[in-house]
Design a protein around this ligand. Structure first.
Ligand code: C2E
Ligand code: MG
Ligand code: MG
Ligand code: MG
Length: 292
């Protein structure tokens, strides 16, 4: 494995590279310990529909409650977990935690609120990923209709024939597939054509300042047109200002996620937010200005 060969280096001369490796090694040991110790948490960031002015779901985002370092974000440990072969184990944990949470939302008065779970390439490559999804849904009594799996373009493109079959099986089960960070990966339109999926998530890179930047406007308009042409939904991620939301709405994007609406938060806070009808309505209306 990648890590085994890097560890091999660590016994060699001590240079910059081997220092970095031994540091990774410590973090890897720490990650293994944390999995056993149960130090991971699932936070939830709402996504909303402007047409109903309500929360339609939440993205599950993993956090590491480290005893010394405090709350650690996924950017700091997911890449290492993938290199260390721990991504599938963590992914299985997140899927379970997310489905357990969402399995209760209907009973808690939030019918139809979905959960979106990020899936890593390593996790998807594992034999029987579709069975894992079905077993997890079954264990928590969650309808497949309420689960979305978020994949990045690079995963979707890596092996398009295998990916196409897996996508088919997942979608046949009733769960949905979203392409995450759309526009930042390496997808060709011809690989996209071989796959069937349900949603494009426009990357924050194109959403930031879309109300004033011509380049972002051209890209967002193209992605929105592509989604419409394919008959799938489109969501803008990383919306931080109402002007961005208003521009996107005027151009046909009605699903939103971002700090303007809500940050990722523990489940209890998410439930409170999802029930705060007035607050949500005002996010869509108080900043509304006549369109230009
Ligand atoms: P992502 O899937 O694209 O998730 C969205 C990220 O953007 C989250 O960061 C979220 O906090 C952040 N974000 C949302 N709205 C805004 C905004 O308005 N402004 C800014 N500046 N940021 C915003 P987070 O939680 O740090 O996650 C980073 C990435 O780590 C995720 O990107 C995803 O690729 C990965 N990740 C997170 N949880 C998991 C997981 O359970 N499994 C896997 N495989 N990857 C995960
Ligand atoms: Mg995501
Ligand atoms: Mg994303
Ligand atoms: Mg992103």
């Amino acid at each position: 494995s990648l890590l085994a060969s890097r560890h091999g280096m660590a016994s060699g001369p001590v240079d910059q590279a081997s220092k970095a490796v031994s540091c990774d090694f410590a973090l890897e040991q720490d990650l293994r310990r944390a999995i056993t110790a149960g130090e991971f948490e699932t936070w939830f960031q709402p996504f909303l529909d402007a047409r109903t002015q309500s929360v339609c779901g939440a993205e599950a985002l993993i956090r590491w409650r480290h005893p010394v370092r405090g709350l650690v974000g996924p950017a700091e440990f997911i890449p290492l977990a993938e290199a260390a072969g721990l991504a599938a184990e963590l992914g299985t944990w997140v899927l379970d935690a997310a489905c357990r949470a969402a399995g209760n939302w209907t009973a808690m008065g939030l019918p139809g609120v979905k959960v979106a779970v990020n899936v890593s390439g390593h996790q998807l490559e594992r034999e029987g990923f579709d069975n894992l999804v079905e077993r997890t849904l079954g264990r928590h009594g969650l309808s497949a209709r309420l689960l979305e799996l978020e994949l990045t373009e690079s995963i979707a493109m890596a092996d398009s024939r295998t990916a196409a079959q897996l996508f088919e099986r997942i979608r046949a089960s009733g769960a949905a597939i979203s392409i995450d960070d759309f526009g930042t990966g390496f997808s060709s339109l011809s690989s996209l054509k071989k796959l069937s999926f349900d949603k494009l998530k426009i990357d924050r890179e194109f959403v930031t300042d879309v109300d004033s930047r011509r380049d972002c406007q051209a890209i967002c308009q193209s992605i929105i047109a592509l989604a419409r042409g394919l008959g799938i939904s489109v969501l803008a991620e990383g919306v931080e200002r109402p002007e961005e939301m208003l521009w996107l709405r005027r151009h046909g994007c009605n699903l939103f996620q971002g700090f303007y609406f809500a940050r990722p938060m523990p489940e209890a806070d998410f439930l409170a937010f999802a029930r705060s009808g007035q607050t949500i309505t005002s996010l869509f209306t108080t900043h509304a200005r006549p369109s230009s």
